[in-house]
Design a protein around this ligand. Structure first.
Ligand SMILES: Nc1nc2c(c(=O)[nH]1)N[C@H]1C(S)=C(S)[C@@H](COP(=O)(O)OP(=O)(O)OC[C@H]3O[C@@H](n4cnc5c(=O)[nH]c(N)nc54)[C@H](O)[C@@H]3O)O[C@H]1N2
Ligand SMILES: Nc1nc2c(c(=O)[nH]1)N[C@H]1C(S)=C(S)[C@@H](COP(=O)(O)OP(=O)(O)OC[C@H]3O[C@@H](n4cnc5c(=O)[nH]c(N)nc54)[C@H](O)[C@@H]3O)O[C@H]1N2
Ligand code: SF4
Ligand SMILES: [Mo]
Length: 812
């Protein structure tokens, strides 16, 4: 890597000042000095005694769904070591929010030799990684000129703020495009093309509201009231780690209720490992078929909660079928083979699709039908499939059929909800541009924007896009390349800089996305500035962490508030005033906290919170129970669905299914049916690419964040999981380097041959750093799964089906 972003300095400085090794080296050389022994003793003492350290409260603010307190030990303006929350008595419910392996290694991120230090402009082709150091003035002037030019020539709709999730949480430091300072800046300047949905939950967040009016689940802490826990593709041991995270609640709540736990997942996950009562391996993308098979048993053995279905639901049977629906259009008819397809969804039928034995399906159904209350939940793995909209609603059918919705110890079938303490974020102002695309379709909007329509591409707010994307803001995100699908295709689209003319990346590191920047700006990290940050998913305990800057800003790194304010200043005095409202970052923080205190007077004062570092509070209502009021009185508390009830049959979806343009292998249905899909287990492409592949969210990283930390890479290796049957067929042994490929690309990775994954299915951690010679063979030696994923969106949400892939694997 060339000089500007691999500066002479930081790693060496860190070693000299902070480490015991340099202390010892001084001590040894000290022996020959006149006061040698004393000098040696002092130096050794300084190297091992931490009492000179200043301890600064920080937090890990990456998007892992947990949020951990860090206590950074600082000496000579360098973070020397990291500990975590040490407050309170550490009793469940008022416990310590202890960081996971990633947060505890944050020192290696802060002091990483490849951190960005100066503003830079691109001098080679996009993706080549050739940059030249420039001044802040030049960088900000260039951005402003390009932004003004774009808006003048194409309008504000040509400016896009990309989906990014690098920083979640603070009042001020927050990358979520709906809530970031970049959005505030653009809204001060006429607005921008925004997006709906997220890479996390595109399908479920779109689909679940058709059933329930929203997408809520019970708090995991409520499992202390459950008899049975059923998890579909939900792996909190990796995706909600730490002492503050859901995995701890799952373990503690189960200890209290002794609930049995069934894990339905193609992989034997860390959540299951040794803690489950049963692991049911399932073929990816087929959960809806399993649900239908279970429903068949529940119906034929009279295990459904008929009074619940009659009172609270629409479309279970003839009685509650809405007007306009075909006579045989109800769920019961679909299951019993009296619907349009005429197929009975028997356990035998479900077994052939899911790969789960018939007797196992029957046993599962009997167990789910008789254990009450049951906490049935899904992670977001099942919905990140090409038929994920159908799957997420289908899984919700199990709690609906068994009347487990709206009660303590039960759940809606969605992922867990959480208690969140009061927080007031930087207001982003109103976006005057109402046009939206799905967060996944931005590459399409560059390549063929004006062809994109509402009914085929999911454009919202207009019948079609008028202009393509010409300017992209990318603040704290890696979805330009690493986290977006089909990297080779994205590369080709971005190569032509007459299409998208300007990409601004605001980052800490030279990521693969940063290599495609035209202007690259070095940001401060969250732990280097003052902010207040709330818990993320933390069961029924909420908390606030008051972050103080661990060190002064180094090199030419700047905070995001300064960066966006300086662009606003260049856009004109009225824009600057509108953006800053005359406040400094510190004044904003105080202002926002005062608002929080107004809403929630029980919070400590600003000064007291700063003193405490962390403030915790238990959910005053005990546990969050989704749709509790509706269950208690459905007339007084209707759901937000058109009928106010649980819509098993959705007339709205029937209308969409009848009017949108869809391909043959895409299904939108008013009922939560099973439908096979493109690139699925039964797709024709399977003859060339016989293995299903998905990328799970891995403990080594948070997506790509922390992906450049050597000790984490060593602790949790990047490998492709293969069943011994599939490996043997290909002459592959555990640890062999393999080629994983399909029509979109190829990567290299060691094989992990293990019975922890079902035959025919393979998986690797998603988020590894892409590393390929894009001017040459394009083989990805970093093993980033998005070398292999598709940009084709799911039918209803137009979301990322990044878990639906077919590949072949061969020994390298
Ligand atoms: N350590 C770590 N934690 C993270 C993240 C991270 O990158 N690293 N990312 C965070 C973010 S932003 C998000 S959105 C969440 C993501 O959380 P999820 O989306 O829930 O995580 P995944 O690992 O994609 O999927 C969960 C499980 O679903 C399984 N699965 C995949 N396909 C199917 C299927 O078709 N059916 C069934 N039954 N199971 C299936 C996978 O094997 C996996 O164990 O995690 C968050 N937490
Ligand atoms: N194949 C496949 N692809 C996926 C997924 C999958 O399951 N499979 N998951 C998807 C999901 S759910 C998500 S949420 C996305 C996540 O995709 P991203 O939102 O891109 O998440 P990260 O990869 O963590 O990238 C965040 C970036 O923010 C930077 N960052 C962190 N802190 C700071 C800061 O303080 N300042 C600045 N300026 N930058 C900072 C990090 O260095 C990192 O490059 O990926 C999606 N992509
Ligand atoms: S990565 Fe997540 S679980 Fe780990 S320390 Fe950071 S916030 Fe906590
Ligand atoms: Mo996500």
């Amino acid at each position: 890597m060339s000089n500007p972003f691999c500066p002479d300095g930081i790693s060496r400085r860190t070693l000299m000042k902070g480490s015991a090794i340099s202390g010892l080296a001084l001590a040894v050389s000290g022996i020959s000095l006149p006061f040698g022994l004393r000098a040696a003793a002092t130096a050794v003492g300084a190297a091992v005694t931490p009492d000179e350290d200043k301890v600064v409260w920080g937090a890990c603010s990456v998007n892992c769904g947990s949020r951990c307190a860090l206590r950074l030990h600082v000496r000579d303006n360098e973070v020397t070591w990291v500990e975590t929350d040490n407050t309170g008595h550490d009793i469940y419910g008022d416990h310590q929010v202890r960081a996971c392996l990633r947060g505890r290694s944050i020192r290696r991120r802060i002091n990483h030799p490849e951190r960005l230090n100066y503003p830079m402009k691109r001098v080679g082709l996009r993706g080549e990684g050739k940059f030249e150091r420039i001044s802040w003035d030049e960088a900000l002037d260039t951005i402003t000129k390009s932004l003004k030019g774009t808006v003048e020539k194409y309008g504000n709709e040509a400016v896009y703020i990309n989906y990014t999730s690098g920083i979640v949480g603070g009042n001020i430091t927050r990358s979520s495009p709906y809530a970031s300072l970049v959005a505030r800046l653009m809204n001060s300047y006429g607005g921008f093309l925004s997006h709906y949905g997220t890479y996390s939950t595109a399908q479920i967040a779109c689909a679940m509201p058709y059933t329930y009016g929203s997408n809520d689940g019970n708090s995991t802490s409520d499992i202390e009231n459950s008899k049975l826990v059923v998890l579909f593709g939900n792996n909190p041991a990796e995706t909600r780690m730490s002492g503050g995270g859901i995995t701890y609640y799952l373990e503690q709540a189960r200890e209290r209720s002794n609930a049995r736990m069934i894990v339905i997942d193609p992989r034997y996950t860390d959540t299951a490992a040794g803690r489950e009562d049963e692991w049911v391996p399932i073929r990816p993308g087929t959960d809806a078929a399993l649900v239908a098979g279970i429903a068949h048993v529940l119906i034929s053995e009279n295990l459904v909660d008929q009074p619940f279905l009659d009172k609270y639901c629409v479309g279970y049977d003839e009685k509650t079928l809405p007007e306009g629906a075909p006579a045989n259009g109800h769920y019961k008819a679909y299951i019993l083979g009296q619907g349009d397809d005429g197929i009975e969804k028997s356990p035998r039928w479900a077994s052939a699709i899911t790969g789960i034995p018939v007797d196992k399906i029957i046993k599962l159904a009997r167990e789910i039908g008789s254990a009450k209350p049951a906490y049935i939940a899904q992670g977001w793995g099942p919905q990140r499939q090409a038929n994920g909209e159908l799957t997420s609603r289908a899984i919700a059918m199990l709690p609906i059929l068994t009347g487990n919705v709206g009660i303590n110890g039960g759940n809606s079938g969605a992922r867990e909800s959480t208690y969140t303490i009061t927080i007031e974020r930087m207001p982003v102002l109103v976006n005057p541009v109402k046009t939206q695309i799905s967060c996944f379709s931005w590459t399409d909007a560059i390549a063929r924007g004006p062809e994109m329509t509402a009914k085929r591409d999911g454009v919202r707010g207009k019948d079609k896009l008028d202009v393509p994307i010409k300017f992209i803001w990318n603040y704290a995100g890696n979805t330009i390349i690493n986290q977006h699908s089909d990297i080779n295709k994205t590369h080709d689209i971005l190569q032509d800089d007459s299409q998208c003319e300007m990409i601004v990346v605001i980052e800490n590191f030279m990521t693969s996305s940063a290599k495609y920047a035209d202007i690259l700006l070095p940001d401060l990290m969250t732990v280097e500035q003052e902010d207040i940050i709330p818990n993320d998913y933390a069961g029924n305990m909420g908390y606030l962490i008051f972050i103080q800057p661990a060190t002064t800003p180094k090199f030419e790194r700047k905070p995001i508030y300064w960066i966006t304010s300086e662009v606003a200043r260049r856009l004109g005095p009225d824009i600057y005033q509108k953006f800053t409202e005359g406040r400094t970052q510190e004044e904003w923080l105080k202002y926002l906290y005062a608002k929080m205190l107004e809403q929630d007077p029980a919070l400590p004062s600003y000064e007291a919170l700063r003193e405490m570092g962390i403030y915790k509070r238990k959910d005053p209502n005990g546990h969050f129970v989704a749709y509790k009021e509706f269950r208690a009185d459905p007339d007084a508390n209707p759901l937000k669905t058109p009928s106010g009830k649980i819509e098993i049959y959705s007339s709205k979806l029937a209308e969409i299914a009848g009017s949108w343009e869809l391909e043959k292998d895409e299904t939108i249905s008013p009922l939560p049916v099973y439908a096979s899909t493109f690139d699925g287990w039964d797709a024709p492409e399977r003859s060339s690419y016989p293995l299903q592949l998905f990328g799970f969210h891995y403990k080594a990283r948070t997506h790509s964040s922390y992906g450049n930390i050597d000790i984490l890479k060593a602790a949790c290796r990047q490998e492709v999981w293969m069943n011994p049957i599939d490996a043997q067929k290909r002459g592959i042994a555990n640890g062999d380097m393999v080629r994983v490929f399909n029509g979109r690309g190829e990567l290299r990775i060691p094989a992990k041959v293990t019975p922890r994954i079902m035959p025919g299915v393979t998986a690797m951690g998603q988020g590894a750093w892409h590393e390929a010679n894009m001017a040459g063979d394009r083989i990805d030696h970093g093993s980033c799964i998005n070398t292999l994923t598709s940009q084709r969106p799911s039918p209803l949400a137009k979301g990322n089906p990044q878990h639906t892939n077919l590949v072949e694997i061969k020994k390298a």
